[in-house]
Design a protein around this ligand. Structure first.
Ligand code: HEM
Length: 508
């Protein structure tokens, strides 16, 4: 106050008024920035710390409670990393329209939710053209890549899965991670690195360490995180892995750039994501190797664990239902017999029962109870009356939608042919609503809108090739039929298959 009085004495009433206006503006913007009128879920657990602890313990319970109470309106929830507003299915389109206006709304939300500043969660800076390259080079090239992928699947399964004439316990999660890393890396980094054991380890471990680091940091109060990051081993490990990735990339990028300069690549230019990035730089070659390494790690983070989790869930669900293995085998063998025993993309499209099974696996085991995370970069209102101030993190209620009986009758039951039957009954125009890769308000496992997963068609083809090969090669069953399918692990909103479990395999 002394400062204000002395300023007023010297500057007179005009200065006083200006200071008051600035102070009022600051006050109003602070109050309005931090307030949404969405009602809370979980207030009964107490203050923010207790609500965060409850979310860590039982995210699905809170999310389900929110869906039951506010199916058609937004609600507010304290998650481990931040308070978020969960929008209703009806408002999803409005949220999409508003947040898609600003390209970084998705990346910025992820940066907050995974404390990217501290955990090494890879940044999608301005030079990141990953999404475009997936759209322009990877997805349209799938017919060309399926035979290459199939050869790699075949090789990887022989190397990583056992040859077993008797029932043999196998930790499929571990094996599938290696198989999917090899197969994805064949397209991500090319033939030099895809079978390199060190690169396989880096591309697998990076995701594990980033998520473990974010989970460990999320246990601390937000204001302590800038300090506690120095005491979290997984964050150190993440930084070391980034360094190792750079060390790997340097010679490969140098060799490829040199070959490009000398014009040596006319006939035999590598056809992989790394090369598409180098081609995009053209003659400038101005992207730093560290940045290229980070881009490759971000791609591993987006594509490898997501796909391996989907595969492990699928194997657990198959092992729990041997009759389903027989049903899918019949479909797959029929397709192979009709096409000289070699997989191509059209045949994978024609495996309707396999597609339906995969869609049901994803419905009951999405990678998170919440999804479609966006940061509101400008204020707006939803038509349900909810005010969304700039700075709000928005999420969609995957769990609520996927377990809604009005959308999926008998929603807790696993019905592998659910969408097969819907697709068969639908008109030709409507059939696309029931595909594994469909992203819409009722199928949120791939996200929604402009940032919905661009890699989903690649993931679909890889997963189908791997599952088809395994189903044709092995009978499967649970180690303990009484105990049933291994239960999933949950970390806050994240869901993953129990990686410690084994199932029994026997060659057909
Ligand atoms: C079963 C496997 C996969 C699942 C479940 C999955 C799921 C997702 C989800 C939920 C999102 C966020 C979408 C949103 O916020 O609306 C996403 C984004 C993304 N995914 Fe996937 N994904 C998978 C495989 C892949 C693969 C194989 C790739 C690479 C080829 C990939 C690349 C990406 C990229 C680059 C983004 C960011 C898109 C953007 O920000 O515009 N994903 N994915």
């Amino acid at each position: 106050m002394e400062v204000l009085s002395s300023l007023a004495e010297r500057g007179g009433p005009l200065l006083y008024t200006s200071v008051a206006v600035v102070a009022l503006t600051w006050f109003l913007s602070t109050v309005f920035k931090s307030s949404t009128n969405a009602p809370w879920i979980g207030l009964e657990y107490g203050d923010a710390e207790n609500r965060r602890a409850q979310f860590a313990k039982d995210a699905s319970g809170l999310v389900r409670d929110g869906y039951t109470k506010f199916k058609n309106a937004a609600f507010k929830l304290s998650t481990q990393s931040a308070d978020v507003v969960v929008v209703s299915g009806a408002a999803l389109e409005e949220m999409k329209t508003e947040t898609d206006k600003e390209h970084s709304s998705s990346a910025k939300a992820l940066e907050i939710l995974f404390s990217a500043k501290y955990t090494g969660f890879p940044s999608s800076g301005d030079d990141l053209k990953t999404v475009n390259l997936i759209r322009t080079n990877l997805t349209p090239g799938l017919a060309r890549f399926v035979p290459v992928l199939f050869d790699t699947v075949d090789e990887a399964l022989v190397a990583d899965f056992p040859s077993c004439k008797e029932w043999t316990p196998v930790n499929v999660n571990q094996k599938l991670l290696r198989v999917i890393a090899k197969v994805s890396n064949r397209i991500f980094v090319g033939p030099e690195l895809c079978l390199n054991e060190d690169w396989i380890a880096i591309s697998i471990d990076f995701t594990l360490k980033v998520f473990a680091g974010a989970n460990a940091l999320g246990k601390w109060r937000p204001w302590l995180r800038p300090f506690m990051r120095y005491f979290i081993k997984e964050i150190d490990d993440t930084n070391n892995l980034k360094q190792r990735a750079e060390d790997f990339m340097v010679p490969i990028i140098k060799a490829r750039r040199a070959a490009m300069e000398k014009g040596e690549f006319d006939e035999n230019k590598p056809d992989d994501f790394l090369q598409w990035c180098l081609d995009q730089e053209g003659k400038t070659m101005n992207r730093k190797v560290e940045r290229q390494a980070e881009i490759q790690l971000a791609l591993s983070l987006g594509g490898i664990h997501t796909s391996s989790m989907m595969l492990t869930h699928s194997m657990y669900d198959l092992a729990a239902r041997p009759e389903l293995v027989a049903l899918l085998r019949e479909e797959l063998q029929g397709l192979l017999d009709a096409n000289n025993g070699k997989w191509n993309k059209t045949m994978l499209n024609d495996a309707w029962k396999l597609d339906s099974f995969m869609r049901e696996v994803m419905r009951l085991n999405p990678s998170s109870f919440l999804g479609v995370q966006r940061l509101a970069l400008h204020p707006f209102n939803l038509s349900d009356g909810t005010h969304i101030p700039a700075g709000t993190i928005l999420q969609a209620n995957l769990h609520g939608v996927y377990r809604d009986a009005a959308i999926y009758p008998d929603p807790d039951a696993f019905d592998p042919l659910r969408s097969y039957k819907q697709r068969k009954a639908a008109s030709a125009n409507e059939q696309a609503k029931y595909l594994f890769t469909t992203s819409n308000k009722e199928s949120l496992g791939w996200g929604y809108g402009k940032h919905a997963c661009p890699g989903r068609w690649f993931a679909e083809n890889e997963i189908k090739l791997i599952l088809a090969t395994l189903v044709l090669k092995y009978d499967m069953k649970l180690v303990d039929e009484q105990a049933g399918r291994p239960a999933n692990w949950q970390f806050g909103a994240q869901i993953m298959p129990d990686p410690t479990k084994e199932i029994l395999l026997k060659e057909v």
